[in-house]
Design a protein around this ligand. Structure first.
Ligand code: ADP
Ligand code: TRP
Length: 329
């Protein structure tokens, strides 16, 4: 069975975009592949968070992913900093990675511009740590967004170079994994492109129904359909795209017909969307609360995940030590 691995940056709460665009696919994958999902808390050190926000955000994310249906019995779910074996591989990979290529990574250049007083070596070697995350489990498929393509190219380079230097085929080259035929894009309700944290237009899985209704009712619209069967302007198309994701086909068709015969009232459509979003989110939210109030269970799940991940990483590091010529105990 092929091994899939994905790293999750602990950058706050999950929103509907994360849910439909990524997490739901992770839930499906765990039944088809040998999956590793981990919270990349070492990577988050590049921006120097405090110990409190490190601990809290790892736990929050863990509770939210479990609530969405990630199953610790099916997938290996762990926290990056619980697996020290990664660092040994990171060191070996760094020895074969060059300043020039790391300096050309656009995410590095961008971060260096954003935080000019903190251009640290960890930031510079972010791609080799990511390569170590992947290669330690010899994963072949990595579900990532477009912004990670360059990091993935570096991970493949690390694998290839190691294999060439030591004349081995030990590391498979990890491939970007686009799991859905057509990636679901959850639009923002502010009339612009997608829902995203940096766009400030998110509906979060932890939003109370009251908040959800308020956010949906504020969705940008226009003054309504004027001629039958006309093409929808972008903001309205956005609203329909959103409805297609959260509502049933029947509901969607009902409102689509109303658009076509010019009897659509946006208020009714938004109310329907709000209720459908609440229906999706409410059961997840209840589970988030259950997990979040049971720290003991969260710790137990993280510990079990770490054990499985360490076992897999240790086996790889042992082989790597042999290949390089170090003693193996
Ligand atoms: P954000 O910073 O807004 O939380 P990220 O860029 O960290 O989002 O994305 C995390 C994951 O969620 C990625 O796999 C990305 O493809 C997915 N994702 C984020 N926003 C959306 C969206 N609006 N529609 C579909 N997928 C999304
Ligand atoms: N760099 C990824 C991001 O910003 C997170 C990440 C860290 C990752 N290590 C990984 C993703 C390994 C996939 C595989 O989203």
């Amino acid at each position: 069975m092929e091994t899939v691995l994905s790293g999750i940056r602990p950058t706050g709460n999950l929103h509907l975009g994360n849910y439909y665009g990524a997490v739901r696919s992770f839930v499906k994958m765990q039944y088809e592949y040998n999956c590793f999902f981990f919270i990349a808390d070492w990577h988050s050190l590049t921006t120097h968070p405090t110990p409190e926000n490190i601990q809290n955000s790892a736990r929050t994310i863990l509770a939210e992913y479990l609530a969405c249906g990630l199953d610790p019995e099916k997938a290996t779910i762990y926290i990056q900093s619980d697996v020290p074996e990664t660092i040994e591989l990171y060191l070996y990979l760094n020895m074969n990675t060059y300043l020039g290529e790391l300096g050309r990574v656009t995410t590095f250049k961008e971060k260096a511009r954003q935080q000019p007083d903190n251009v640290n070596a960890g930031l510079f070697t972010y791609p080799t740590l990511m390569a170590a995350d992947i290669l330690q489990h010899r994963a072949t498929k990595v579900p990532v967004g477009k912004d990670q393509e360059q990091n993935m190219e570096m991970a493949r380079k690390c694998a290839r170079r190691f294999n060439n230097i030591y004349k081995t085929e030990f590391f498979p080259e990890p491939q970007n994994f686009y799991f859905a035929q057509e990636a679901v894009k959850v639009p923002g309700l502010d009339g612009t492109g997608k829902m995203g944290k940096s766009d400030g237009n998110c509906i979060y899985l932890c939003d109370e129904p009251k908040v959800i209704r308020k956010k949906v009712m504020k969705a940008v619209t226009d003054n309504g359909p004027q001629t039958p069967n006309s093409q929808k302007p972008e903001v309205i198309q956005n609203l329909f795209n959103f409805m297609k994701i959260v509502s049933s086909e029947e509901t969607f068709n009902y409102f689509d017909e109303k658009w076509n015969d010019c009897t659509l009232r946006y208020g009714d459509m938004k109310k329907q969307i709000a209720e459908d979003v609440v229906a999706v989110i409410q059961p997840i939210q209840e589970r988030i609360k259950e997990f979040a109030s049971n720290q003991q269970l969260l710790d137990q799940i993280a510990r079990r995940g770490a054990e499985k991940a360490r076992e897999s990483a240790a086996a790889t590091v042992k082989e790597v030590r042999k290949i390089i010529g170090f003693r193996v105990y």
